[in-house]
Structure formats: structure tokens, C-alpha cells
Design a protein around this ligand. Structure first.
Ligand SMILES: Nc1nc2c(ncn2[C@@H]2O[C@H](COP(=O)(O)OP(=O)(O)O)[C@@H](O)[C@H]2O)c(=O)[nH]1
Ligand SMILES: [Mg+2]
Length: 223
């Protein structure tokens, strides 16, 4: 019986933290994306690709969220972008307060975009506002086309669905049309980019998408 007020307190506190983060992003003029997916869908690999593709074009930093270890942060940092690791210590998602701690170690005003790699989980991360401008998710073709119908919240909350690992389409039983149709039943405005971090398919569309969203939410890139 006492559970409901506790949940409400947690979400109220998160909303306050998200509002503080949002104000900080606005003051710094930085566009912020919350990138979510199930474990292994390809978030870190896409961040590695993005770090390389953004050189000379967009100044980005990444916050890598995981339950334990700083392996993802180390992978991304090799490509020369600033990275902060957030370990959630068991929690299945990042919350606004955990992000707040990492933000104080990043020079936000020097960035065009900050990408938050959330904890790999198709459910919990979608419930926590971090103060970001956009929620983006990856559904990789190895996960099964039934996932939008089974895990609707994340697909409803996202502005963009990256359909990932398209290089593997010939080898898996995955119907992209069915997956996209199911996702758009939940979210008619959902944008979709087909992408492979292996072959590079869709990477240009992905970087252009970030540039467009930055321009529309924050303004042009900094000189
Ligand atoms: N074939 C293929 N494998 C990929 C692609 N992207 C990621 N992977 C592989 O998928 C596994 C999980 O990727 P990772 O980026 O660590 O996923 P994360 O848990 O979402 O961060 C790794 O073995 C990657 O090499 C892709 O586009 N194509
Ligand atoms: Mg990762």
C-alpha cells in the first residue's frame, strides 16, 4: 500500500533533476540526446562510429551509462571525444540525478551535442526524463520484429528509431516493414533510419539527423 507514494517521490525528484539539467543545457547551448536500446543492440559501436564521423563537423561528448565497469567509456574515448562514465550501481536505467553528477565534469559550453548512452534495457530507461531534447532508440535486426509490440513504452517515447545491424538482414528472420509498422502504430510520428555500424549504411543520415535536430532545438553549430 505504501509503494505508490514512494514511486511518486522518486519520479517527482527525477522531474526536478531533469528540469535542472534542462536549464543547464539551455544555458550552454548544447543539444542533448538520450540514446536507449536493449543490451547489445549496438549503442557503443554507434558512438564509436559517430565520434569519427563528427570530426570537423560537430563537437560532441558522450556520457556512457552502465550498471558496472567503464568498458564502454574506454571504447569511445579511443576515438578522441570526451567521455564520462556513469555507473548506476545496480539500477536498470540512468536517472536525472546520476546524470547531474557527470555533467559537472563536462565543459558543456564547448559542445554542439551531448549523447547519453543509457543502460542497456528496453523498459526502464524510457520512464526517466533526463532533461534531454530527444529520446532515440536502437532496435537491431537481431532482436526480433516483435519488440515494438512487446515493449511499447520506449517506442512511444522515441522521436527516432534507428533500425540497426542492417548488414545482418540476409541472415536473420526479421521483417523491417512489420517492425516499422508496429512501431508507428504506437507512435505515428516516429522517424526511422536504417543503419549499419559495420558497413556505414545510414551513418550520413544519422549525423545529418543530429545536425537538423540541433538546429531546430538549439540553433546552428558554434563557431
Ligand atoms: N554485424 C553488426 N554487428 C554490430 C553492429 N553494431 C554493433 N555490432 C556488434 O554488436 C555487439 C554489441 O554492440 P555494442 O555496441 O557493445 O552494443 P550496446 O550494448 O548496445 O552498447 C558487438 O559485438 C558489436 O560488434 C552492426 O551494425 N552490425
Ligand atoms: Mg554499450
Amino acid at each position: 500500500m505504501s509503494e505508490i507514494p514512494v514511486v511518486r517521490d522518486v519520479l517527482d525528484d527525477n522531474a526536478a533533476g531533469a528540469a535542472a539539467n534542462r536549464a543547464r543545457f539551455a544555458a550552454a547551448g548544447v543539444y542533448v540526446m538520450n540514446l536507449m536500446s536493449g543490451p547489445g543492440a549496438g549503442k557503443t559501436t554507434l558512438m564509436e562510429r559517430t565520434a569519427v564521423a563528427c570530426r570537423g563537423r560537430l563537437r560532441i561528448a558522450v556520457v556512457a551509462g552502465d550498471i558496472e565497469t567503464r568498458r564502454d567509456a574506454d571504447r569511445i574515448a579511443r576515438h578522441g571525444v570526451p567521455v564520462e562514465q556513469v555507473n548506476t550501481g545496480g539500477a536498470c536505467h540512468m536517472d536525472a540525478r546520476m546524470l547531474e553528477g557527470a555533467l559537472s565534469r563536462i565543459d558543456l559550453a564547448s559542445l554542439d551535442a551531448l549523447i547519453i548512452e543509457n543502460v542497456g534495457n528496453l523498459v526502464c530507461p524510457a520512464e526517466f526524463d533526463l532533461g534531454e531534447h530527444d529520446k532515440v532508440m536502437i532496435l537491431s535486426v537481431t532482436e526480433g520484429a516483435d519488440k515494438p509490440a512487446k515493449y511499447p513504452l520506449m517506442f512511444s517515447e522515441a522521436r527516432l528509431m534507428v533500425l540497426g545491424k542492417t548488414d545482418l538482414l540476409p541472415y536473420v528472420d526479421f521483417d523491417p516493414h512489420a517492425a516499422i509498422a508496429d512501431a508507428r502504430t504506437l507512435n505515428p510520428d516516429l522517424e526511422v533510419i536504417r543503419l549499419s555500424s559495420r558497413t556505414g549504411e545510414g551513418i550520413e543520415d544519422w549525423i545529418s539527423w543530429i545536425e537538423r535536430r540541433r538546429a531546430s532545438r538549439v540553433g546552428g553549430t558554434k563557431d
